[in-house]
Design a protein around this ligand. Structure first.
Ligand SMILES: Nc1ncnc2c1ncn2[C@@H]1O[C@H](COP(=O)(O)OP(=O)(O)OP(=O)(O)O)[C@@H](O)[C@H]1O
Ligand SMILES: [Mg+2]
Length: 498
């Protein structure tokens, strides 16, 4: 109180300047407001320092962001702390001074002037300016994404808008599913994760290749194999919001387009059970409308109109397949960026080939019955068991039956949850359940082969199914996991489309 902060700031500055000549240090001012714009670096530094474990002062400022369940700690006014980066020590000081009321400004400025002063040794100037500040920006973004809870949007209100004209309703999204808890072939999992990461970091790639910055995943497989869990894991992994699109609530193609326009970037747009929610007879209707003068083959198949004009053939009050394709693929799909489309289905064979062609759904992911690798993940999730916690003999027995049993991860987790208090019993009961299933499947297979409908046919059918997308979007990952080596499929999806 004896020493007014304003004076203190000026003196500090003055002292800094004097010392500059003699000292080994250099100083950087990072003010909250650089005149007109808010300084992004200031916010980043604040967030970054909040995560720093070295805050020990008696006075710490706390804050909690909108939609966030985390509290962040910050440097209090005129407090300082030391941070180290790559062995380089720097000192941060937070300076707050009352703003001079005579300063003219077009818009109201906060009453206080805030800023950080960063002190570093002159010999470390290079490292501070090049890597340290970048590091802080990156770290801050990470923290921001972690603190902000995901949102789950639905359009369950039908076409009606809320008071602010938004067609989407949102709730905080707190699904605990992550890639770690997801039971599936580890190789496949790793590929999906790196695909997602490539996508999220791929701004310049998409720019360079002239592609809209979006990606489509089709998840298919029987119920209870983790399709919805996978979507949650994707959202948690990338920190994206989810838009769960209920197609049955959408009445026209133009309504669909409006919904799309109101989605934000960095989001996953999900249509579950696509085979059930879109009436496939639409396709016939479309074809009977005649396929105009479009010279794009793929559109001729299903949608006579070029992208972006799906409204006309929406006609009455139903949305059409072409409307949906325009939604994911047309010009409107790029109003915004960094969007992922995920469709799920239990019956991939029921889907229109137009939906499956490459470029539309970039990656087809087969979620299948539990494999041995997946089973081990489930054992770890539910019982906390590692490999050597289970008797080797039992583990081998599990491995023997798991493929034949064709049990979904959902079924397996059911058995494990039921017995989670008695872990040994859980494993034994699981083995029993797997055996029963395997036996049943085996009997069925024998019966089938007696009726001259061999298992091989089924196998072929499955293979045909995987290969069915006309443009050759093989499920490479599945193939890899099944160790069905099909040589020469190394080209990634993007190359195929190009
Ligand atoms: N691969 C998996 N890894 C971990 N848990 C799984 C997996 N698959 C299923 N589960 C468990 O089973 C439950 C049902 O899974 P989920 O809802 O993801 O299945 P789904 O494939 O979406 O089924 P549906 O086709 O009926 O929508 C989940 O709550 C989850 O706990
Ligand atoms: Mg589901």
């Amino acid at each position: 109180a004896v020493f007014p902060p304003e004076l203190r700031y000026v003196t500090l500055k003055f002292i800094h300047r004097i010392c500059n000549w003699f000292s080994a240090y250099c100083y950087y001012d990072i003010t909250e407001n650089d005149g007109v714009n808010t300084n992004e670096l200031y916010n980043a530094v604040q967030l970054y320092l909040s995560s720093s474990a070295s805050i020990t002062g008696n006075r710490v400022s706390l804050s909690r962001g909108l939609n966030s369940s985390n509290i962040t700690f910050g440097l209090s006014n005129n407090d300082s702390l030391i941070d180290t980066f790559n062995g380089v020590k720097v000192l941060w000081e937070h300076i707050v001074t009352p703003r001079n009321s005579q300063t003219f400004s077009w818009r109201p400025l906060p009453e206080e002037k805030r800023g950080f002063i960063l002190r570093a040794k002159k010999i470390n100037k290079g490292i501070v300016l090049t890597s340290y500040l970048d590091f802080i920006m990156e770290k801050a973004n990470e923290i921001r994404r972690k603190n902000q809870d995901r949102l789950l949007y639905t359009n369950s209100r039908g076409g009606s808008l809320d008071s602010r004209g938004h067609p989407w309703e949102s709730v905080p999204f707190k699904h605990p599913s992550t890639f770690e808890t997801l039971a599936m072939c580890p190789k496949k999992k790793a590929e999906i994760m790196s695909d997602l990461l490539d996508f999220a970091k791929g701004e310049s790639f998409y720019q360079r290749t002239g592609r809209a910055w979006k990606r489509g995943y089709l998840l298919y497989g029987p119920p209870g194999t983790g399709k919805s869990s996978m979507i949650a894991a994707m959202a948690n992994y990338l920190g994206y919001d989810i838009y769960d699109l209920e197609l049955t609530e959408v009445h026209t193609n133009s309504e669909l387009r409006k919904l799309l326009m109101k989605t934000s970037s960095k989001s996953i747009i999900v249509i579950e059970d696509i085979d059930c929610s879109i009436n496939l007879t639409n396709r016939k209707n479309n074809n009977s409308t005649g396929s105009g003068g479009s010279n794009n083959n793929s559109y001729n198949v299903s949608s006579p109109s070029p992208p972006g004009s799906g409204e006309e053939n929406g006609g009455g009050n139903t949305i059409t397949l072409s409307g949906l394709l325009n939604f994911t693929d047309g010009l409107w799909s790029c109003c915004g960026s960094e969007r992922i489309f995920v469709f799920t289905t239990n019956h991939i064979e029921k889907l229109d080939p137009a939906l499956l062609r490459s470029g539309r759904m970039d990656m087809h992911i087969h979620m299948s019955y539990s494999s041995f690798a997946a089973l081990k993940i489930l054992l770890k999730n539910y019982l906390g068991y590692d490999d050597d916690d289970v008797e080797k003999k039992i583990l081998e027995q599990l491995e023997d039956v798991i493929e034949m049993a064709e049990m979904t991860p959902a079924d397996i987790s059911e058995v494990l949850i039921k017995n989670r208090r008695n872990k040994d019993k859980a494993v034994l009961e699981l083995l029993e359940a797997l055996r029963t299933r395997a036996e049943r499947n085996n009997n069925n297979a024998v019966k089938l082969s007696r009726e001259n409908c061999t298992v091989e046919d089924e196998e072929q059918e499955k293979r045909a199914l995987v290969e069915s997308p006309k443009e050759g979007v093989d499920d490479q990952l599945q193939a890899k996991c099944d160790k069905e080596e099909k040589g020469g499929h190394d080209a990634n999806d993007d190359e195929k489309v190009l």
